[in-house]
Ligand binder design. Sequence first.
Ligand code: AMP
Ligand code: GLY
Length: 426
Amino acid sequence: MKILVVGQGGREHTLVWKLAQSQRVEKIYCTPGNAGIAQIAESIPMPDQFTDLADWAASENIALTVVGPEAPLAEGIVDVFRERGLKAFGPDKRAARLEASKDFAKQLMLKNGIPTAEHQTFTDAEAAMAYIEDRNAPVFVKANGLAAGKGVIPGRTFKEALEAVTTILVNRTFGDAGDSVVIEEELIGEEASFTVLTDGTHCLPFVSSQDHKMSHDGDTGKNTGGMGAYSPAPVITPELHNYVMKRVVYPTVNGMAAIGSPFKGVLYVGLMITDTGPKVLEFNCRFGDPEAQVLLPRLKSDLVPLLMACIDGTLAQYADVEWHDEAAACVVMASGGYPDPYETGEVITGLEDADAIEGVTVFHAGTKQDGANIVTAGGRVLGVTAIAGGLHAAIQRAYQGVSTIHFDKAHARNDIGYRALEKLQK
Ligand code: AMP
Ligand code: GLY
């Protein structure tokens, strides 16, 4: 069959890489793709309209379209494909509200007794500020809509919290994504990502993973899309796994079905493991990036039938999914300056040497082909990923890969996985 993958980051390179291993797949297209994806799939330009992409997919007999990022899902790409009679993996526009509206997600959690931070939603800046005055800092101030991972502002002090309200509601820094703010209490603990596939009824959990969101070592610096990830995440014990499935995942999926908006696709739950148990920080309606880079290499089973089963409502038939026992680690190499403005067009060398290391795969994110060279073209450039017998060895291998790759002003964290290694040493 022919498959189309939508997106251009490290997550999409990983999806293409995994799908390409399926016996069922004869050809993969990716729109718009990147230089790494172009080595295993045919890149096509992303048309302005989803209807044009659906027309193209119909004319090419694309049997499955896999949508990587949240923005096209929230804009209804799956609805457009479905109306054309095409199979597209991911939630439709209404179901993608779970990520695209924080207020919607909060209401769903409240209604279904899902543990999360206390919150209030405001459209009026004065009312929001009065609430902060009342409850004081620290709080988290969040733009309601999609803001490319930048819409969450910590209000550690009273002043910071008020400024965050001004940024979102008054200055409208995030445009319409800031038509309302969600203000919530600070949760203290360790974060973990929990990923499941779902057909709207049945849920298939992935192995555990964790990313590092901050730009610099020791989880300092600025919030980014993610500077690295690892799997398994020892913070998710078997007891916590069962608790999250029972108290978070199934109530969410059942809650969506109950309002006539079944959620099909990847449900990614961002959790804070607090002293009083796991609480939901956020829902995402797609694979995490760079979590996908460590989850998909650990999946032994063919991904194609699993994604098809999510669309067809037959996921219950796939209880015997197989995983590799090896651990996986991904270290992101970013352009110097990211997440602030950075330069692009730097020539990347050493990619083949890194790929030649046993267990190492370099997933491209912001790269493009420039004549004979592969050059940087984004903030996060590469996800150097390794699998090995244990987490420690996987992390070491990933860093061995990083050390062979060069581009001007490359930045990577030196401590990916440190919390997990500390836990494993105890
Ligand atoms: P979100 O996009 O909602 O996951 O927020 C981005 C990051 O902000 C999370 O990964 C957490 O590190 C942090 N965060 C968000 N909400 C809270 C909260 N209520 N308490 C503590 N940290 C939070
Ligand atoms: N790595 C965090 C995310 O994909 O949202």
